[in-house]
Design a protein around this ligand. Structure first.
Ligand code: N01
Length: 582
């Protein structure tokens, strides 16, 4: 951070200030939470570790970073004026444009005055006598609030594997998730990229254009589908905007929270020729909707084998060197790890200065002063890019010392994996909320939709607590246990639970292996949240009562009366393992 940036964000530490709510994080979740709570008349302080709003899109500035949910859907839906005012330039928005959008929202709704930037929350402690959260920051703030809302992001705490000899490397080491704000010029340099997930796949083609030599260290080959990104025409934007609410409604009724055409038929019931035609058409449409080519792809291994083989044929068709092509062909379940979306990824390996090094069987041995050593061979490098991902879903919580009732810390409680009720709250931690927390659709849905639904539910909940004069709300342990079991049970229906992905914490050695997001589909989940609220916050204890409360029925934010799209998702469809999830 520059001195100037610090100056503009300087504030004297606040000691003993009292708020109705403290929100941790000013990404899309924290921004919208602030907007809603402020609208209800609550006093709110937001703390943000970064120097600006945007969360993920503030930090992930690596070359080629862009969203792989279509931009006309990857945006807030709570304000029709905002929808009408903002123009996305491309089908898939690049990072700078999404960050500009976040800043536009912050300005338009005058959010900054309640946000403290460059300020990291280091501890949150529940004061049982006062029934308030005491919050400490790294800038000396010590404030209290009735409610503490963690809007800390699902993919924010970077994973930096402790490679041996890391400190001996003479050149710069970057992480895609904490990219320098001034950018990096790789012109003429020998660059090494570690990892082949979404961040690597987006950045590798761009880095290859600059570097004199690029070496990619691959532990697991990745399935990726072409984006076929394009400029959006004014006519297209006008057509969408003419009936934006209809698109939003269709999106909400989908398991993923975003809309795309989906074929519910079985891949196995199609002839090989029909399948080929269907896959080719879906490939030509590109992006994540490729997984919607058939309804059983993530539920039936034999069906999955057909799409996996199609994808491998595509790789072999693009990559000219047969040995490199084989290394790039994944052998795991298609879509089990998060599917990637690329522009020219496989084509990059046809460039003479790009080399692929397999580290699946012989891991990276060590960093040396001049490069990276694998299996006794040293690869000379001037700069290294770690595209090694994140401590997903729980990593951001690990960075804060969170202490609930009876001195229990969240780290202790979640030692064997996260435990929440609906991904919204966790027992033993009254008035602590998690936006898109583990146990909610979160990363398996379009993030902004998932965020908005959580924030609206929480705003309704907190407003209701004020209306009835309640001091605290907290999940009943039995309901939480049932929900954790349900999240786990549903995950087993999907082939997604079968590989070593970050969804189950398997990307980092030593982390508990638990399927963290809720895979039962966004509309099913939303309906469950609505029922819980309509039944008087069933499964929560309000104000310290020992049994489920009998709070009066409450109204919930009307736009989340999401119709279940029976054609696409229903209890019967789940039972038949026909639940399309991307
Ligand atoms: O991280 P990742 P990411 N030695 O965890 C490898 C979202 N996102 O930042 O697969 C060698 O996917 C690791 O190998 P393996 C999206 O949800 C969205 O790319 O664990 N390699 C893997 O190849 C995405 O899924 C967008 O065997 C090591 C890579 O590093 C999520 O963020 C863009 C290693 C990490 O891949 C995370 O994506 C970007 C080691 N010790 C991200 N440790 C869009 O919207 C790890 N690896 C487009």
């Amino acid at each position: 951070m520059t001195a100037d940036a610090r100056a503009t964000h300087d504030h004297a530490p606040e000691i003993d200030a009292q708020f109705d709510a403290v929100v941790v994080g000013a990404g899309f979740a924290g921004m919208y939470m602030l907007h809603r709570l402020r609208g209800l008349g609550f006093s709110v302080r937001v703390y943000e570790a970064g120097g600006g709003v945007g969360g993920t899109w503030y930090w992930n500035r690596y070359p080629g970073a862009r969203c792989d949910v279509e931009s006309m859907q990857y945006s807030f839906s709570f304000s029709d004026e905002l929808d009408q005012q903002w123009d996305w330039s491309e089908k898939y928005a690049p990072q700078p444009e999404i960050l500009a959008y976040a800043n536009h929202v912050a300005d338009r709704f005058d959010l900054r005055r309640d946000i403290r930037f460059d300020t990291r929350v280091i501890a949150a402690t529940f004061d049982e006598a006062a029934k308030r959260w005491r919050i400490e920051t790294d800038r000396g703030d010590m404030v209290s609030a009735q409610f503490c809302i963690m809007a800390v992001g699902c993919l924010s705490a970077t994973n930096r594997p402790p490679f041996e000899g890391l400190e001996t490397f003479k050149g710069p080491i970057y992480h895609t998730g904490e990219w320098p704000h001034d950018g990096v010029d790789f012109t003429g340099l020998r660059v090494g990229v570690i990892g082949t997930g979404s961040s690597a796949i987006q950045s590798i083609p761009i880095i290859a254009q600059q570097a004199s030599a690029l070496t990619v260290f691959q532990r697991t080959a990745t399935y990726t589908v072409p984006a076929w990104n394009e400029t959006l025409t004014p006519e297209y934007r006008t057509t969408i905007k003419a009936d934006y609410p209809a698109l939003r409604a269709k999106a909400r009724a989908r398991p993923t929270g975003f809309y795309f055409p989906f074929n519910m038929n079985s891949a196995l019931e199609a002839t090989p020729e029909e399948r080929e035609r269907q896959y080719e058409e879906a490939w030509q449409r590109g992006g994540l909707p490729f997984l919607g080519a058939y309804g059983d792809l993530l539920f039936d291994k034999a069906a999955n084998d057909t799409i996996a083989e199609f994808a491998r044929r595509k790789i072999r068709g693009i990559v000219k060197d047969p040995a490199t092509a084989e290394l790039l062909c994944p052998d795991n379940v298609f879509g089990c790890k998060r599917l990637c979306v690329d522009t020219g990824y496989f084509e990059t390996y046809n460039l003479p200065h790009v080399k692929l090094v397999d580290v699946s069987k012989t891991p990276i041995e060590r960093f040396t002063p001049q490069g990276i050593a694998v299996n006794g061979v040293e690869y000379p490098l001037d700069a290294i890019v770690c595209a090694t991902g994140f401590a997903a879903m729980t990593g951001s919580f690990d960075r804060i010392r969170i202490t609930g009732r009876d001195g229990l810390t969240l780290a202790e409680k979640w030692q064997a994996g996260p435990r929440t009720y609906l991904g919204l709250a966790t027992s033993g931690f009254p008035n602590l909320f998690t936006i898109t927390g583990p146990g909610s659709p979160s990363v398996l849905a379009s993030m902004i939709q998932a965020i908005e639904q959580h924030v609206d539910w929480l705003a309704d909940c907190i407003g209701h607590l004020r209306d009835i004069g309640a001091a605290t709300i907290e999940p009943v342990e039995r309901y939480e246990d049932d929900w954790v079991e349900h999240v786990n049970e549903v995950s087993l229906v999907s082939l997604r639970s079968t590989c070593s992905s970050w969804y189950i914490g398997a990307n980092i050695p030593g982390r508990p292996r638990v399927f963290m997001p809720y895979i039962g589909g966004f509309p099913v989940y939303v309906q469950k949240c609505n029922e819980v609220m309509s039944n008087g916050f069933e499964g929560f204890v309000i104000d310290g009562a020992k049994t489920t409360n009998d709070a009066p029925r409450v109204g919930l934010t009307e736009r989340w009366r999401v119709p279940l799209d029976i054609e696409v998702i229903s209890p019967a469809a789940i039972a038949a393992k026909r639940v399309p999830v991307v």
